[in-house]
Design a protein around this ligand. Structure first.
Ligand code: UT7
Length: 324
């Protein structure tokens, strides 16, 4: 049966210039390259320059994908930016991106689901396209987590980085089968009862900026269990299993979480895109950065079945399956 699909037309990214190796932390806090690498898989991360903002990085990632896909800004109907670190309380980072791109039509808004933000944004972009509200959507994940870190908390400050990734989805006709290109299944969840294991202890209505607070072990425990479950739920909607996946593109928080999730799903590491060693945890930006890296390296190619999954503060988590 003929059906509308949201098909990827391109993916791109932007990373700030400054590369910060693990050794940078060694004379600031009691830590070591060895501890960070062995507990998280992270070797380096990027930090935005002084004054460099989330919307600026998001706009650069968006320009990159527009060039790659051969579209002009005014070919786009909607921009969604997934971020927990917008430049200002309002307007949204997405409207800033819209202005920066010179886009004079359509609409733009932000989504805040922390590290699961990109998966939530993909799902909402898919809904806009399937309901006929938009034909082409730029979906961006962009973060400056370096602005909300407690530099004295060694359990968190070594884990995060800054960056932005973007992809373009376009409405296209499919036959309704799993062979169609585009988004094939989505699965989203949140459970606010766990809000105090990963949060920022400040915000607008408390009149402070705050810093990131995390009970790492607790988040880790929820992560593996919930990520495997959501990926299986999305696969089950299509009658598929771990074996059918060409590429698992997980949220890049911790290599041990990634390995454990992949193993429980029956996906060998050769079919997992891993960028956490170079980017650290870039929250909502991590999946589009990993997708962009996977495509640039010639690993993810047209027709591949790609499973993305992520979890973060809230807790909020979910998965999206798409055929590239
Ligand atoms: O993106 C959102 C989702 N976030 C995540 O998925 C993060 C999930 N959690 C994790 O990735 C891991 O829990 C961490 C990487 C944060 C920590 O790894 P862990 O194996 O759970 O270590 P831990 O927190 O249990 O700490 C073990 C030890 C502690 O020392 P004691 O109490 O055993 O003496 C910590 O104080 O390691 C110590 N430690 C450090 N040592 C050196 C914690 N941070 C550091 C550090 N350097 N940076």
């Amino acid at each position: 049966m003929m059906t509308t699909r949201a098909v990827v037309r391109g993916v791109g990214h932007y990373l700030p210039e400054r590369i910060v190796p693990n050794s940078w932390f060694e004379d600031k806090i009691e830590t070591s390259d060895e501890w960070i690498k062995s507990r998280s898989g992270i070797e380096r991360r990027r930090f935005a320059a002084d004054g460099e903002t989330t919307s600026q990085m998001a706009a650069k990632a968006a320009s990159n994908v527009l060039d790659m896909a051969g579209f002009q800004a005014d070919d786009i109907d909607a921009i969604i930016v997934a971020t927990s670190t917008p430049d200002l309380t309002f307007p949204s980072a997405a409207t800033m991106v819209q202005a920066e791109l010179g886009m004079t039509r359509g609409f733009a808004f932000d989504i805040q689901a922390v590290c699961a933000g990109f998966v939530f944004a993909l799902s909402q972009a898919n809904a806009l396209i399937l309901s006929g509200q938009a034909e082409r959507v730029i979906v961006i994940g962009a973060e400056t987590f370096s602005r909300i870190l407690d530099w004295e908390d060694r359990g968190t400050c070594v884990l995060f980085g800054d960056g932005a990734g973007a992809l373009i989805l376009e409405a296209s006709n499919g036959d309704g089968s799993n062979a169609d290109r585009g988004i094939l299944a989505t699965d989203l969840h949140s459970d606010g009862r766990h809000r105090d294991i990963l949060y920022v202890d400040g915000g607008v209505s408390t009149q402070s900026t705050g810093t990131l607070q995390m009970q790492g072990k607790e988040v880790f425990r929820h992560a593996v269990e919930k990520l495997v479950k959501t990926a299986h739920t999305s696969l089950a909607k299509l009658g598929l299993q771990g074996d059918d996946i060409d590429w698992l593109v997980p949220h890049q928080a911790n290599l041990r979480i990634i390995k454990s999730t992949a193993q429980k799903m029956g996906v060998e590491m050769a079919r997992v895109i891993v960028t956490v060693q170079d980017h650290g945890n870039t929250s909502a930006a991590s999946i589009p950065l990993a997708l962009s890296t996977g495509v640039a390296e010639g690993r993810i190619t047209t027709g591949d079945l790609v499973v993305t999954e992520a979890i973060g503060g809230g807790l909020a988590w979910g998965s999206v399956i798409l055929r590239w």
